[in-house]
Design a protein around this ligand. Structure first.
Ligand code: SF4
Ligand code: SF4
Length: 335
């Protein structure tokens, strides 16, 4: 008997959820443009117009908040909306008259509209203290504090020269896109794991632990009669991979965990090739709940770029043009 070939074994097919206007104009969009902060229009070869309103979201949402978004999508958008990779909520509108009432309703719910074109988009980020075991800092808490501070650059109150993409990852495993963002906030551990020798045999498989280390810093060892491991601290890069497979190697260290700031990365190949972020500030202490030192450092970097960049120039392009020593001089960051 011939087997039926099935290829749709992943999540449901996205085509089931497309608004009719997108189905009708699929692959035949002529151009798009930003109409005002947070609002853009796509125009099809058919002449059809699809308006997008982008709103900031906190990423972690309860069902009540999701239902409120769904209510707005039903009221103004024929029941269609989507989330972007940077956690913005986008409402897709065919009737231009619905734009202003939607923005007013979003404002009432506390969701600012913005983040399109030459603006700061919402910050893509990881789990942090919400639930990751290897976090060196929080994610959502830092992002909330930084975005509150930079709000004027999201909603267009203060125009900026180009796109500014910020990312946060709470350890160097980097679930967030910190290696390629204009400004990256990266949680860093600064001490190797502490080996709990008595627990090692009960909680961990030693060969697995040895194999988990990307720098070969872990060796089997017998300590006080217990089969255990020892760590060559000079080889450890504080990545927490070993802790992921072995709870007897805790990494968290309140005094030595914190945040580093990286700058100048981008994915886009417009004007210049993609760039990796480079380290600007190696360590800032965790200071919840509002992380004032981090928000101040990020704001300073943003302000220097806003003052000095040419139109459309990304952070990395700006720094390469003026030179790294000048960048450090202007931001007041110690080189
Ligand atoms: Fe966990 Fe690291 Fe990913 Fe943060 S970046 S969620 S700490 S693995
Ligand atoms: Fe190896 Fe990373 Fe563990 Fe250090 S933290 S011992 S580098 S796995």
């Amino acid at each position: 008997m011939a087997l039926e070939r099935r290829t749709d074994i992943g999540p449901p097919d996205y085509r089931n959820f497309l608004p009719p206007i997108i189905k009708e104009n699929y692959g035949t969009w002529k151009y798009h443009e930003e109409l005002r902060p947070g609002v853009m229009v796509h125009v099809g070869e058919s002449g059809d117009k699809l308006f997008t309103v982008r709103a900031g979201s906190p990423r972690l949402m309860g069902t009540k908040a999701i239902r409120r978004f769904a209510d707005l999508a039903e009221k103004y958008c024929g029941g269609y909306m989507r989330f972007t990779s940077r956690h913005n909520a986008e409402f897709l509108i065919t009737d231009e008259a619905n734009i202003d009432p939607l923005i007013a309703d979003l404002a009432e719910l506390g969701h600012p509209v913005g983040g399109i074109g030459n603006a700061i988009s919402s910050i893509v980020h990881t789990q942090g203290w919400v639930h990751c075991h290897s976090a060196a800092t929080d994610a959502s808490g830092v992002v909330k504090a930084v975005m509150d501070d930079l709000h004027e650059y999201f909603d267009g109150t203060t125009p900026i020269p180009g796109k500014l993409r910020i990312a946060l990852a709470c350890c160097l495993n980097m679930c967030g896109a910190v290696h390629c963002s204009d400004i990256a906030i990266l949680g860093v551990h600064r001490r190797p794991p502490k080996v709990q020798h008595q627990n090692m045999k009960r909680m961990c498989e030693i060969p697995n632990v040895v194999a988990s280390c990307p720098t070969a810093a872990i060796r089997p060892a017998e300590v006080d009669g217990h089969p255990s491991v020892e760590i060559d601290e000079d080889l450890c890069m504080f990545c927490a991979n070993c802790f992921s497979v072995c709870p007897a190697l805790p990494m968290a260290d309140a005094l030595n965990d914190g945040i580093s700031i990286w700058v100048g990365g981008k994915v886009s190949n417009a004007r210049s090739e993609p760039m990796f972020s480079k380290l600007a500030i190696p360590f800032i202490e965790n200071n919840p709940p509002r992380w004032p030192e981090v928000t101040e450092a990020v704001r300073k970097i943003v302000e220097v770029w806003v003052d000095g960049a040419r139109k459309y120039e990304r952070m990395g392009e700006f720094i390469e043009r003026i030179g790294w020593p000048r960048f450090f001089e202007l931001t007041g960051i110690e080189l």
